[in-house]
Design a protein around this ligand. Structure first.
Ligand code: SF4
Length: 236
């Protein structure tokens, strides 16, 4: 049985939030190592393996966060990999308790494939994916419904859009959700895909902006860190 005093870590670093509604916010990122979701358009494949990364004790992780934050940065983003994978989730719960005890506010970035009420109650913000066809992964509207019912006001949905097929899929999902009698009172963010080694995807970006102006459903927010540092640099 896994020892929940330890967690496999891909990296811990200081950076501003590069995407979504909290764009630009200084944070300490705790990137968990290991993800079984395997999206085709994943831009952090180095986080997939469960046998690489550094195994750190939760005390070491907290000490690293505290040292990087220097009492100036108040937010920690727990990301992955997949922090809610069953291999990690017990340790992640304890890590969040320890970081909260130190006064940090916690954002968690999740794949959207799982709802974890204990963690979602604990954290200050949830950033959940709703996957599009280009990822090869199917997301569930019932998870979206649960988030909307239980955590309204403290989550965003993020969807990577590579092409018109992805966009139309999101429009259809949005309308299906709405037609089920649910108001959409949360922020649904489209992140235009920006693939490894790609030049700035201006054409894709402008197309998505124009498609969204036709429906008005989504926030279109790019990945700022990739404009600044290029698409291949990690831990920024
Ligand atoms: S869930 Fe995230 S880390 Fe895992 S494969 Fe998909 S994009 Fe990559």
């Amino acid at each position: 049985m896994k020892d929940i005093r330890y967690l496999s870590i891909n990296g811990i670093y200081k950076a501003i939030e590069g995407e979504g509604v909290n764009l630009g916010r200084p944070q300490i990122f705790v990137r968990v190592q290991g993800c079984n979701v395997r999206c085709k358009n994943c831009d952090s494949c180095s986080t997939w393996s469960f046998s690489s990364g550094s195994v750190m004790s939760l005390d070491e992780i907290v000490a690293t966060v505290v040292s990087l934050a220097e009492e100036k940065i108040g937010w920690v983003s727990v990301t992955g990999g997949d922090p809610l994978d069953h291999a990690h989730v017990g340790s992640v719960v304890h890590l969040i308790y320890l970081l909260k005890e130190r006064g940090f506010k916690i954002n968690i970035e999740v794949t959207g494939q799982e709802i974890n009420n204990e963690i979602f109650d604990l954290v200050d913000y949830i950033s959940a994916d709703f996957k599009t066809p280009s990822s090869g992964v199917v997301s569930s509207l019932s998870n979206l419904k649960q988030l909307s019912e239980k955590f309204l006001g403290k989550f965003q949905i993020k969807s990577i859009v590579e092409d018109r097929g992805d966009f139309d899929y999101l429009v259809n999902s949005y309308q299906t959700f709405k037609n089920s009698g649910k108001d959409i009172l949360f922020q649904w963010v489209i992140t235009p895909a920006y693939m490894p080694n790609e030049e700035f995807p201006r054409e894709r970006f402008t197309s998505i902006v124009e498609w969204n102006l036709e429906v008005g459903y989504f926030l279109v927010i790019g990945q700022q860190h990739k404009w600044i540092y290029g698409p291949n640099r990690s831990n920024v």
